[in-house]
Design a protein around this ligand. Structure first.
Ligand SMILES: [Zn+2]
Length: 181
């Protein structure tokens, strides 16, 4: 099989785009580790992708039955990490994905709560903090298979400045999704 245009997706070793294919919506679980005050911001980030794509791509719900940050349990979990490697302290979050051929099987989002503090879009105190909704919009992009891109209106730009809202995907991100979903 020939390779495909990446459309800004992670590609398999065979050059195929890695995504959930027709297995949408995929379910993302807010685990027990995440402070409940951030639930609405996380749900809003998922909802923004769904609304902009006019498709039910992601469903988010809290389930306190999941605690440990497991990477191969078949659960797509969001984990609030109070422990983080000091040599990677500048990383705001990390999304790990697993796939089979080119179909996603699992996506786990770890948030760096050791070296970062977070605010919600409505909060007035935001100096030195990261917008949790903006960060989750980006990480959910990874969880759908998207990789980094430097286009200025993209939610998949690698760096999110502190005290900065970036709560909407760019047209380029929607174009990318249209290749796979
Ligand atoms: Zn990223």
């Amino acid at each position: 099989m020939g390779s495909q245009d990446s459309c800004n997706f992670v590609q398999s070793s065979q050059g195929l785009r890695v995504s959930w294919k027709s297995s949408t919506p995929f379910h993302l679980i807010i685990t027990e580790s995440v402070p409940p005050e951030y639930d609405s911001a996380i749900i809003q980030a998922a909802s923004t992708w769904n609304t902009r794509k006019s498709m039910n791509l992601i469903q988010v719900h809290r389930d306190n039955a999941y605690s440990g940050a497991s990477t191969a349990d078949g659960i797509n979990g969001i984990y609030w990490m109070t422990d983080w490697a000091s040599d990677q302290s500048s990383e705001q979050a990390r999304t790990s994905i697993r796939w089979d051929i080119s179909k996603l099987k699992e996506a786990d989002i770890k948030i760096n709560a050791k070296y970062f503090r977070f605010y919600k879009t409505d909060d007035t105190v935001r100096s030195g903090k990261v917008n949790i909704e903006s960060l989750m919009l980006h990480e959910i992009g990874h969880a759908m298979g998207l990789s980094h891109i430097t286009t200025s209106d993209s939610a998949m730009q690698p760096y999110l400045a502190s005290s900065t809202d970036r709560n909407s995907p760019g047209q380029i991100d929607l174009n990318s999704l249209n290749c796979e979903y």
